[in-house]
Design a protein around this ligand. Structure first.
Ligand code: NDP
Length: 279
């Protein structure tokens, strides 16, 4: 079993640097996939209210022999429940769905800046933490301007921001802002859903040089950037492959080659948090 290195968030919570994305892992098959990932060494599980699989994740947490305190379970608040009272109730509904007593991390899923209720949603998460429903609170897809507003209006900055990050969209400016302000970056779709990385000649060369797969090269790049990753795979061999990235290192040149793959239009579906809204 691979021992995944951990990092400490600004409120003291320790989390693994690699976790399991669970989008589309549902039902008995989903529970089986998650249990095999836990057996392989995964201790961080990423779900969301909108994935409709908090029940599956909660079932795996109950069936595994790994103690609850050794797992980090994350869920997320959907855009349609940003109003304060709705948000507070949704966190409780999330817990009921998973049949868990607490989440380790609870994130606002999207800022939805046109609807403009994310500050209320954040105030509700602050209260949810006070009540013990969640241990740590963070966000996804927040731009620096949204994070600044949370700080100005509530005095509390998220511990983490989960953002779209893969070689075609490396988020350099956003990552710098996070480092300067003590917010941990977490990459969603870290493999770019395997949509384009397999065809890249440079990645192929780097992979051959290290005797690793292209997926492992890309995941190692995230790790060396300092980002927490949550690759999703339903299959045990890939789950194992995706955490087997701690026995080699990319050179500065190799890091730079991968970082140069970024493009202004590199988002997978053009979901720019300045205007995109998800409910
Ligand atoms: P990923 O970049 O993790 O890619 C997942 C895809 O790659 C799946 O089709 C999987 O197939 C395949 N795959 C995984 N590992 C390998 C491998 N080693 N070799 C070949 N293929 C592989 O994309 P996701 O979009 O799923 O992102 C990961 C997680 O991020 C999500 O599951 C979710 O938890 C989170 N997320 C959060 C968002 C947000 O707004 N906060 C938005 C989107 C995602 P298979 O399962 O068949 O192995």
């Amino acid at each position: 079993m691979i021992d995944i290195p951990k990092i400490t968030l600004h409120d003291g919570l320790e989390i693994p640097t690699v976790g399991l994305g669970t989008y589309n892992l549902k039902g008995e098959d989903g529970v089986t996939s998650i249990l095999q990932a836990i057996d392989a060494g995964y201790r961080l599980l990423d779900t969301a209210y909108n994935y409709e699989n908090e029940g599956t994740v909660g079932e795996a947490v109950r069936r595994t022999g790994v103690p609850r305190r050794d797992l980090i379970v994350t869920s997320k608040l959907p855009g349609r429940y940003h109003a304060y009272d709705d948000a507070l109730i949704t966190v409780q509904e999330s817990l009921f769905r998973a049949r868990l007593e607490y989440y380790d991390l609870y994130l606002i899923h999207w800022p939805n800046p046109i609807t403009d209720k994310y500050v209320e949603a954040w105030e509700a998460l602050i209260e949810a933490k006070k009540r013990g429903y969640v241990r740590s609170i963070g966000v996804c897809n927040f731009l620096p301007e949204h994070l600044e507003r949370l700080r100005q209006e509530t005095g509390v900055l998220p511990v983490m921001n989960q953002i779209e990050l893969h070689p075609a969209f490396n988020q350099e400016a956003q990552r710098k802002w996070h480092v300067a302000n003590g917010v941990q970056t977490q990459s969603w779709s870290p493999l770019g859903r395997m949509a384009y990385i397999l065809e890249d000649d440079n990645l192929q060369l780097i992979a051959s040089h290290h005797g690793k797969s292209i997926a492992q090269i890309v995941l190692r790049w995230h790790y060396q950037l300092g980002s927490v990753i949550i690759p999703k795979s339903a299959r045990l061999e890939r789950q194992q492959e995706n955490i087997d990235i701690f026995d080699f290192a990319l050179s500065e040149d190799e890091m730079a080659v991968i970082s140069r793959m970024t493009r202004p239009d590199g988002r997978q579906k053009g979901q720019d948090p300045a205007e995109y809204e998800e409910f």
